[in-house]
Each structure stands twice: as structure tokens, then as C-alpha cells.
Design a protein around this ligand. Structure first.
Ligand SMILES: C[S@@+](CC[C@H](N)C(=O)[O-])C[C@H]1O[C@@H](n2cnc3c(N)ncnc32)[C@H](O)[C@@H]1O
Ligand SMILES: [Zn+2]
Length: 398
């Protein structure tokens, strides 16, 4: 490993990472992709959330669990799960890049975690098939790839125990948010939309893809938690081998119909798209996106269990995590999709009201209304679009 390294601390582990100062481009710019072994400090929050989710899952299962971190890079996820999650029996970390594996081994020795962690160096998909063949399937698999998790999902399902949890990250946001619709169609079999709430649609597209792959192998999926943060989305789901439940899972797929003129949208569960052609409010032609997951993207009980672990886990990001989970819990019972108020007020040519005042007004009219973790100016509500415009233009909140 002939590159300069830097010693850092993340959570309860120490880590050698490639020294970022030695991997800048000629203009001094740094990107984690320039490193010989990937490490992104912007993902610490994501890994903190993973600690809470895996711990909540372990408590739910009420037995010791096995975890696979198949795209490990520096080993950070596997190491943190070994050091910070209780009730872990064993962890397998893997990377196809031998340089990454060498660094991960160095890191695991430094943290004296050799007894709990086993290291492999192969294609992640091969690892899933080999472990399935030798009946060493995992309770938890954490897919954290460059870009899209799609190439790994089917093999990961083979590697997962019945009732296991699949955690996945997607960072191909330009594709999922509609900049390259043909790539999205090819990769996920779904048409994306370029809308202000596209991170939520991205979760729904990837979850829909996972549901279809799982159903093909007789598994149902239940989404435990999902979030869209920074430059990525993350989904935690539980898979159960049950063909009748798998049939039911497919009923959770549908399409979104969206009016780019007034912001009207409707998400409908149906296997085939329906002929909603015109917006019922302004008569414009509707855009259609999907197929995608049209049901809950957060299980409130699971999110609550994560919230209850916050103080026990003593994570560095505690105030941010607590705020984040509070917002997630507040929006968990809400309808799909949210509105970004600035977009609506600019259509009306009025100035945006304080967000909490707007939410209170909608609630006082008997509607569901909450903030959303997806956007600082986002509001999740079941109020119809004409009612939302009425409230925004009324003197009461101006
Ligand atoms: C985004 S990085 C993982 C980051 C890491 N999980 C973390 O939290 O810092 C993706 C890693 O997957 C590895 N990789 C890519 N394709 C792979 C494959 N088919 N099998 C195994 N490893 C692979 C890369 O070498 C890279 O180290
Ligand atoms: Zn319309």
C-alpha cells in the first residue's frame, strides 16, 4: 500500500484512510473518488443512521445477528457495526479491490476486531452466492456501492436469510431524478420525473425495483425506513420468503400522475398505468412516472425504535440525528409526496409564509400537514392543490 495515509476517528473506531491532501487535482479540488481506497466523510451521518437501524433490527429479531458489508472499501461500516451494535455474532467485510482489503485488514487489526470480522476479496455477487450455497446467509446485508445498487440486488437477495434486512444506498441521483430518463428506464425499469420531490420518487423507484426483484424470487418486502439526504438515498427493508405475501407486495407498485403547470399530483397503485390524461384543476396534460413503490416508505414503529436508541448509542451527531428522526416520525403517517412552498408561492407571485404557520393553517382546516426531512421548505399534506393555493394566497398567513 504505497500511498500516504491519515489516521482518523469515526464513531468508536480508529481508521487509516488515504490522506485526502495527497489526492487533489491540479486545481486543488478533492473528490473521494480520487482516493485509491474510497472514504467519504460526508457519509458519517448515513453510517450513524445505519447503526441505529441495524441495532433496532437486532432488537426486533431478539437474537444475535450476522452482517455482511460486501462493498467495504476502508472497512468502516463493518468495523463500526462490530464496535457499536450489540448482539452481533459475526461480520463479513469484502471488496473486490485488493488494496482496499489490505487497508481494511490493517484497520481491523488496529481496532482489535479480528475475532468478530472475517475478510473476503471477491466480487460481492459471487460472495452472496457462495455464502448462500454453504448455508451461511446473512441477517443483514448493507449494499453501499458507487452509484446504483441495481447490479447487486438480485444476488444480495440470495445471500440474505428469510426475514433478513437489506440496507441499500443509491447515489445515482441524476438518473433517478430524471436527468437521464433512458438510463433510469434501463437500470430500474421505471420512468423518473424531474420534480422538486424527486428524492422521494427516487426512493420509490428503487424500492419498486427491489420489490419486483424480490417478488421474482418469492420474497415480499417491507420498508422499515428510508431517507434522502445530501447526495444519496438510503432504504432499509425486511424481506420475507412467502409467495402469497410476494404477490401482495406487487400490489404496492403503481404510477404517479403529475401536472407541471399547477403541481397537482396523484399516486395510484395499479399494475398497469391508467389513462389520467388531463389535470383535474387546470386541464394541462399530465406527466406519468413509474412504476414505483406507492405505499409507506417509513414504518413508524421501526423509526420510533431507532429514536429510542439514540441516547444509548452515544453517537457524535446526536442533535442532528434526533432532529432528523423527529421529522421522519412526524411525516411517517402522511400521504406520498410533498410540496416545496417557494415553488407554489412563486406561481402565485406572493411571498412564502413561515413554514410552521402554513402547516398549522392546513391542520386547522382538518388536513394532515407536516414538514419533511427531504427539503427544508417542504410540506407533506393531503390538502388538495386548490386548497393549498387558497391558503397561500389568503391574507391570514400573508
Ligand atoms: C462507495 S465504496 C464503499 C464505501 C464504504 N461502504 C463506506 O461506507 O465508506 C464502493 C466499494 O465497492 C467496491 N466494489 C465495486 N464493485 C464491486 C464488486 N462488484 N464487488 C465487490 N466490491 C466492489 C469498490 O472497490 C469500493 O471500495
Ligand atoms: Zn394542473
Amino acid at each position: 500500500m504505497n500511498f500516504p495515509k491519515k489516521l482518523i476517528r469515526e464513531g468508536r473506531v480508529k481508521l487509516f484512510i488515504p490522506d485526502p491532501d495527497h489526492f487533489r487535482d491540479s486545481s486543488g479540488h478533492f473528490d473521494p473518488a480520487y482516493l485509491p481506497v474510497f472514504y467519504n466523510s460526508r457519509m458519517v451521518f448515513c453510517r450513524d443512521v445505519s447503526i441505529l437501524a441495524i441495532q433496532a433490527f437486532q432488537k426486533l429479531k431478539n437474537h444475535e445477528i450476522s452482517i455482511c458489508d460486501p462493498l467495504t472499501a476502508t472497512g468502516v461500516r463493518g468495523l463500526r457495526y462490530a464496535a457499536e451494535v450489540d448482539g452481533v455474532k459475526n461480520i463479513v467485510i469484502n471488496d473486490k479491490n485488493p488494496v482496499a482489503v489490505q487497508l481494511a485488514i490493517e484497520n481491523l487489526k488496529m481496532n482489535k476486531l479480528n475475532s468478530k470480522i472475517h475478510v473476503e476479496c471477491m466480487d460481492a455477487r459471487l460472495l452472496f452466492y457462495l455464502y448462500a450455497l454453504s448455508k451461511r446467509r446473512f441477517d443483514v446485508i448493507d449494499l453501499d456501492p458507487f452509484g446504483s445498487p441495481a447490479p447487486f440486488i438480485e444476488a444480495a437477495i440470495y445471500g440474505l436469510k428469510d426475514g433478513g434486512m437489506l440496507c441499500l444506498t443509491a447515489t445515482d441521483m441524476a438518473v433517478l431524478c430524471g436527468l437521464y430518463p433512458k438510463v433510469c428506464l434501463r437500470r430500474y425499469g421505471s420512468i423518473p420525473l424531474r420534480v422538486a420531490f424527486c428524492y422521494e420518487l427516487a426512493i420509490r423507484i428503487v424500492a419498486g425495483y427491489l420489490a419486483k426483484k424480490a417478488a421474482g424470487l418469492d420474497f415480499s418486502i417491507k420498508i422499515l425506513l428510508s431517507h434522502g439526504t445530501d447526495h444519496y438515498i438510503r432504504i432499509y427493508s425486511m424481506l420475507e420468503r412467502n409467495s402469497s405475501k410476494a404477490n401482495y407486495t406487487l400490489k404496492n407498485l403503481g404510477y404517479i400522475y403529475y401536472c407541471s403547470n399547477c403541481g397537482y399530483r396523484q399516486l395510484t397503485c395499479s399494475f398497469l398505468p391508467q389513462s389520467h390524461e388531463k389535470c383535474p384543476y387546470c386541464n394541462s396534460k399530465l406527466l406519468i412516472g413509474g412504476p414505483l413503490w406507492c405505499k409507506e416508505i417509513v414504518d413508524k414503529d421501526f423509526a420510533e425504535a431507532m429514536f429510542n436508541l439514540l441516547w444509548e448509542k452515544k453517537l457524535d451527531n446526536l442533535p442532528i440525528l434526533s432532529h432528523f428522526l423527529e421529522i421522519i416520525l412526524g411525516e411517517a403517517d402522511g400521504p406520498p409526496t410533498f410540496y416545496v412552498i417557494d415553488k407554489l408561492t412563486s406561481r402565485l407571485k406572493v411571498s412564502p409564509p413561515p413554514i410552521n404557520q402554513f402547516i398549522d393553517r392546513l391542520k386547522s382546516l382538518g388536513f394532515f400537514a407536516s414538514r419533511t426531512h427531504f427539503h427544508p421548505k417542504g410540506v407533506r399534506t393531503n390538502a388538495p392543490i386548490n386548497k393549498i393555493y387558497d391558503v397561500l394566497s389568503s391574507k391570514k398567513i400573508q
